[in-house]
Structures are given as C-alpha cells and as structure tokens.
Design a protein. Structure first.
Lengths: 425, 317
C-alpha cells in the first residue's frame, strides 16, 4: 500500500514530514493527504479475559479489537482464571496470540501466586517464559512487606513491577469517585486519597529498593504530583494514564456526556449507566487536567487503555453490582485527539505516549514494520455492535467521535483496514 | 399546568412549579380521603405493581392504600420468598414486570439507581419508593406537605435534618423538596455520617452543616430526625449508640431550643432512645403520625398525575 502525500510523524523526535510512504506490501495507492503515519501503538495494559472469562473477550477478539484502535502491541494482564502465574499458562497464551494474527501480544505475569497477595509467583521462571513485566492488576499487592520483597526479587529479572495503586481499606465498597456527584447519587465513593496514599507507599518502597516500578492508571491530581516529585528525585519510576481518565469525569455517572474539554454541554443521558463504572473511577475535571499536565511535562510516560471488556450479564445490573471496566481499545485515539485539539498536549506528546513512551517502560524497542494510519478528522459514530471486541461496555456508545485509525500493519502485513468496515477513505 | 413527567425517580431536577402542583393535588386527595367512602375512580382499569425488593411495611401499605383509593388494581411483588432472593437478576424482574403489563411500577430497592435501571427498560411509569442511599421522593414531598401545613409558606424557614445524612435517601429527598420551596436546611450529626464532599467542598444550594445539634436547633423552625442504622457503629463511623444518643439524640431539652412550637418529624421507623426520645416522638410537637397520613395523599397525587384517566374535577366530585 502506498499513501501519497501522507504526514509521517516520528515520535522519537517529534518531527513530521510529508511524503509518499509505503505501508505493508502491494502497489495500491491511496490519497494520504491529511492522514498521519505513525508507528503502531503499544498498550501496556489490557485485559484479554482468556483463560476463564471467554464470554467477555478472547485473545483473538481482543487482539483484533486492539488493531482497530491502532495498538499493534498489547500487554495482557494476568487477572484471568487461572491467573497467569505459571510458565505453561504464558506459553499457551502466546501461542493463541500468534494464531490470532491480530496485534502482537505480550504477557504480564502475576506478582503473587493466584494473585492472592500471599506469596510470590515464580518470577524468574515467568520471565524466562517470556513475561515482559509483573502485576497483580485489578488489585494492589496490599501487603507492603510482600510488595517490598517483590520489588527486590524482581530486580533479578530486570523487568518492571506494575502496581495498581489502591488502598483497599480506604476505597472500601466504593463504586465511583467520592465527591459531590457520589454524594448526590447516594453511591459509595472511593476517595482520591485511596490512590494517593497507595502511590505514596509504592514510591517509598521503590526508593528503598531501587527497583523498577511502573504505576498503572493514575487518575488523581495528587498521585500525578507525587510521581512528578519522585521523578525529580531520580527514582526509577514510570507511570501510565488511561484515555477515559483523560476525557471523562465523575459527572458521567450522573448522566453527563460532556468531555472534559468541551465547553458546550452534550445532551445528558439517564444517571447510573454502569458503563461508567471503572476502577480507578472517573474523577473530577481538575483531576483530568492534572493527568494532561502530567502527560505534557513527561511525568506520565505512557497512555494505556486498561481495556476491560465485560459480557453484558456483568454490566446489565444495578450500578453497585456491576463489574468495573470500560472496553477501551476502539475509542482511545479519538478521545486523545479531543484533548490535543483543546491544546492540552501536543499531538507529538500523545503519539509518543502511545509508542516510544511505553516501549521505554518495557525497555523494548518499537518493532519495525508496525505502523498505523490515522485520519484525525474522520467523524464516526461509536456502534458497539460493530466492535471487534466482545466488550460493548463503553459510555461512549452511540456518540459521534472525531479521529479514527484507518489502517494497521503488523510486521509489514496489513491486518486492519477501516475500509473493510466501510469507514475511511 | 399539564403534568409532563413520565416517572418519579427523584425530585433533584424538579422545578418549584412541579413540586407545587404535587402539593396542590395532594390537598384534593386529602378531600377524597375525608369522604365516608374513601374511593375515587381516576385509576379504574389501571394496574399498579408494588415491587418491593427491600423490606418495608409502612411505605408499601401507604402506596397500596393510595392506589386502591383511586380504584387501581394492585399487584404485590415483594422480596421475601420471591425470586429476588433466589438470585434472579433485576433484569429478569424487569422482564417479568413487562410481561405482567402494569401501568405503574412502584419500587423500593437497596441499590441506589435501581429505579433508573427499571425506568429505562420498561414501558410502565416508575415511582421510586426508596433506592439505596439515593432518594425517597414521596417522603420528601410528604415532608414538604406536612411542613407547609404546620408552618405555612416555607420561604426563609430553617429546617434542621439531624443524624445519618450520608446513608439517608430521606435527607436527600427532603433537601430536594424543601429547598425549591424556599426553605434553608441545616444538617447536624457526626461528620462521619455526612457526605464528605458537602463538609469539605460544596454542599448543595440552601444547605449548611452544624455539627453541634444544640446550635443547629437554636431558633430553627422544624427538625427532621433521621433513623440511625445500628451497623454504623460496627462500621467505625460512631463510637457507640450511647454516645450518639447523648450528643445527637433529640431530647425535650433540645427541642425546646427551637422556635416556640416548632414541629418534630421522623420518617420512621424510629429507634426511640437513640436518635429520638420517646417523650419527643409522642409529644405535642410531633407530626410523625401526620406524616403517615399525609403520605397516602401524596402518593395518591403522584399516581393520579402519572396515570389518572379522568380529570381532577371528577375526583373532587
């Protein structure tokens, strides 16, 4: 495929050039004017649900959904059933991913056996089986002593520990951000301090061990500031933020559908839409701005989707009973472009946080031959029934978005073309 | 004014006019209830389903009397012994409700927002009879009606709501019924039982907090005491029921701090000796029984506005 007059953006340097560019094999020519060519996105944080929750997602559906969102490499979190805590499970998952011919799938191994937070998993063996990091994501390692041992022990592997920072006692039975909106809705809240305090603990342990700590899905102004100071101090800490935490606020639980940067309010929907239930929860507009500021000044290294698909039976229930999570692959990019258009960060910063940023977190270079083509102006309606993901759980359902990944190539093979779905030019 | 709302889920977005219309209609319903035969025809042929997924006798009976006084057919789906306790999902129940074909679903549920879930998935009109900590709009409206009966115009009146506000759907609905009528609300109780965002950030319009109940009551025009759930102590929110009763219990001495004759209300059921002394609950200032009586009339008014087939004049005739 040859795109004529396409804008190629190099995230390593932030420079862009306009030229004809070849993506994948074949001689088909397409008008590339107004389109962007960038390296394939790397997602540090995705839930593929296999094994154990195949009604919500499989490796195959997840890896294809990732491509539709521009992610050519995704890291599978180990909160499956059984948890990915043994080399055989890792090998099996990698084999399934290879067969799926979607995005490249990397595996994150569990920190503790069965993600129970009681004893360490065989981290060195997991590393040998191909794991690229370790995490008990979905839950923190609540026992600070065990987490300290994990940080120390993992230095043998050279791989980062990805911690889900949450003080479980403080967040309690909360189902959304604690604030004015939770007070109005009568829903139990998770205070920002439950994240800030956990980040504080994790940074203190990283300082003592010198280990490679990566903090998952930061969502509060307080935790961004703590990481900013830790980096200034020279700690080997990195952090990520999810697209929904860069766009949506806790007001969405009450029925708002106005993105954080929008000045004109969008039509409201009925309150208590369980598609807005996610952990960490959607926070305030001030937290959203702080996350953008952290992205812009380099405090936050990567944008990671925390793609968390759920079968409808786990979402089509009372708000407090619903599972946490948003199906995020296929809507990530347009949300981010909204913030770029508002001037909250540059396009180069966002693309870097989707590519070279996460590649540095993993200490793995970007794969040559992985490319995506973006049409930043393409307007489309989020039709969850057309999702490649099995997870239709997104509060963006039915919404018009601007910006779309129109082509994705893995190892110079075109594996996603929006024209197949009747979109793009 | 034509009634436009399809459901009664909460009054947080209601205009003053809408609240006034309910209160005016309630007056007419009181007239129906004062007749020798307490029955009027406007819901004849309509089916009202009472879906109570959380134990409640008072509110359910109040709705049942209201529906029957308007000649509706009434069907009960209660929690105890029903499929709700056998693991049937709310979605399953909604499908059953749809198949039964009721015109109005009156529902009580332990989960905040459950009536919104049902309202989105049914053709029936939904009246929230209490959802979790969120709202109990008929209680708010009947409290407004009762207070207006006792105090007249509520503009500038200061009403104290005392106790466990954070877990109280009554407190939220009282605020959303009374503030639009011009009343000011003083919340009082342990800070651990108030919404933290209201204490440390922005309380709703017309609402302030005063931890010291004596100070809150001084010169107030009325007080509404809230029920204290005993499990709040186990949750670490209060040290003991004894201390709670001493510091925030409504005693005769405290009631005397209010403006002379200022009434005392409670949504029931009461923990006498905890949030309210028996002498106050059954004393001369108590409007607690009036609240119960007015509850039937308010619920009639809402059923009529939502599903009445004949005019209000036919009711009064």
């Amino acid at each position: 495929m040859i795109y004529t007059g396409i804008t190629r953006l190099d995230p390593a340097t932030g420079t862009s050039t306009v030229a004809d560019a070849r993506v994948g094999a074949g001689e088909e020519r397409r008008d590339g004017r107004g389109l962007l060519l960038v390296p394939g996105f790397v997602d540090l944080h995705a839930h593929l649900r296999e094994p154990g929750f195949e009604e919500s997602e499989t490796v195959a559906t997840g890896a294809r959904a990732a491509l539709a969102g521009g992610f050519t490499t995704i890291c599978a979190m180990p909160n499956t059933e059984p948890a990915l805590d043994a080399p055989g499970l890792v090998a099996e998952l990698l084999a399934r991913a290879e067969a799926a011919r979607g995005a490249r799938v990397l595996v994150i191994g569990a920190i503790t056996r069965g993600r129970q937070g009681k004893e360490l998993a065989d981290l060195v063996e997991l590393a040998a089986a191909g794991c690229v990091a370790f995490s008990d994501d979905g839950a923190p390692v609540a026992d600070a002593r065990l987490f300290r041992h994990a940080l120390e022990y993992a230095t043998v592997t050279g791989l980062p520990l990805i911690e889900h920072p949450q003080d479980l006692a403080l967040s309690g039975r909360g189902v959304m951000h604690e604030g004015v909106t939770s007070a109005a809705l009568g829903l139990a809240g998770m205070p920002a301090a439950a994240e800030d305090g956990a980040v504080g603990r994790d940074l203190a342990l990283a300082r003592e061990t010198g280990a490679r700590l990566h903090l998952a899905h930061l969502s509060t102004a307080g935790s961004v500031e703590l990481v900013r100071r830790a980096k200034a101090e020279g700690l080997a800490v990195t952090a990520e933020v999810a697209p929904h935490h860069l766009a949506l606020t806790d007001e969405w639980v009450a029925g708002s559908r106005t993105c954080a940067w929008e000045t004109a309010p969008a039509p409201r929907v009925m309150a208590y839409d369980s598609a807005t239930k996610v952990n960490p929860p959607l926070r305030t507009a001030a937290d959203v701005r702080a996350c953008w500021a952290g992205l812009a000044d380099g405090t936050i290294d990567a944008i990671a989707t925390d793609h968390a698909p759920h079968a409808s039976i786990r979402k089509d229930v009372e708000y407090q009973e619903a599972a946490f999570g948003i199906s995020g692959f296929e809507t990530a990019l347009p949300l981010l472009l909204g913030g770029v258009r508002a001037g909250w960060a540059s396009l180069a910063t966002v693309v870097a946080a989707l590519t070279v940023g996460p590649s540095r977190v993993l200490s793995r270079p970007l794969t040559p031959g992985d490319w995506v083509v973006v049409d930043p102006e393409l307007e489309w309606t989020v039709d969850v029934t057309a999702f490649a993901s099995k997870g239709r759980n997104t509060p963006l359902a039915g919404r018009r978005l601007r910006g779309k990944v129109v082509l994705a190539a893995v190892g110079d093979e075109i594996r996603y073309d929006a024209r197949d779905a009747g979109m793009g030019r | 004014m034509t009634w436009r709302r399809r459901h009664v889920l909460a009054t947080d977005d209601w205009s003053r006019d809408e609240i006034e219309q309910v209160l005016e209609t309630t007056e007419r319903m009181r007239e129906v209830l004062s007749r020798p035969i307490r029955r009027a025809p406007p819901l004849r042929g309509r089916t009202v389903i009472l879906f109570f997924a959380e134990a409640s006798t008072r509110t359910r009976v109040s709705f049942e009397l209201a529906a029957k006084a308007l000649s509706a057919d009434v069907v009960n789906i209660s929690a105890s012994g029903s499929s709700v306790e056998k693991g049937e999902t709310l979605l399953d129940t909604v499908r059953t409700l749809e198949a039964l074909g009721g015109d109005v679903v009156v529902m009580r549920h332990a989960a905040s927002g459950a009536p919104y879930f049902v309202a989105q998935r049914t053709g029936a009109r939904v009246i929230n009879a209490g959802d979790g900590w969120h709202a109990h709009p008929t209680q708010g409206l009947l409290d407004a009606f009762t207070l207006r009966g006792a105090l007249g115009d509520l503009a500038g009146k200061r009403i104290v709501i005392a106790g466990d506000v954070v877990h109280s759907r009554v407190a939220r609905s009282d605020i959303h019924a009374l503030v639009p009528l011009g009343a000011r609300i003083t919340l009082s109780g342990p800070p651990t039982l108030q919404p933290s965002a209201w204490l440390h950030g922005a309380p709703p319009e017309g609402v302030e907090f005063e931890a010291d109940l004596d100070r809150a009551l001084r010169g107030a025009d009325a007080v509404i005491a809230l029920r204290l759930q005993r499990e709040r102590q186990e949750g670490g929110l209060i040290p003991s029921l004894r201390e709670y009763a001493r510091v925030w219990g409504l005693t005769e001495a405290r009631v005397a701090l209010m403006r002379e004759g200022a009434p005392v209300m409670h949504p029931g059921p009461m923990n006498e000796g905890v949030e309210i002394d028996a002498a106050v609950a059954h004393g001369g200032r108590s409007l607690i029984e009036t609240q119960v009586t007015n509850g039937v009339a308010v619920r009639m008014a809402l059923l009529y506005l939502l599903a009445g087939t004949t005019s209000l004049e036919a009711v009064a005739a």
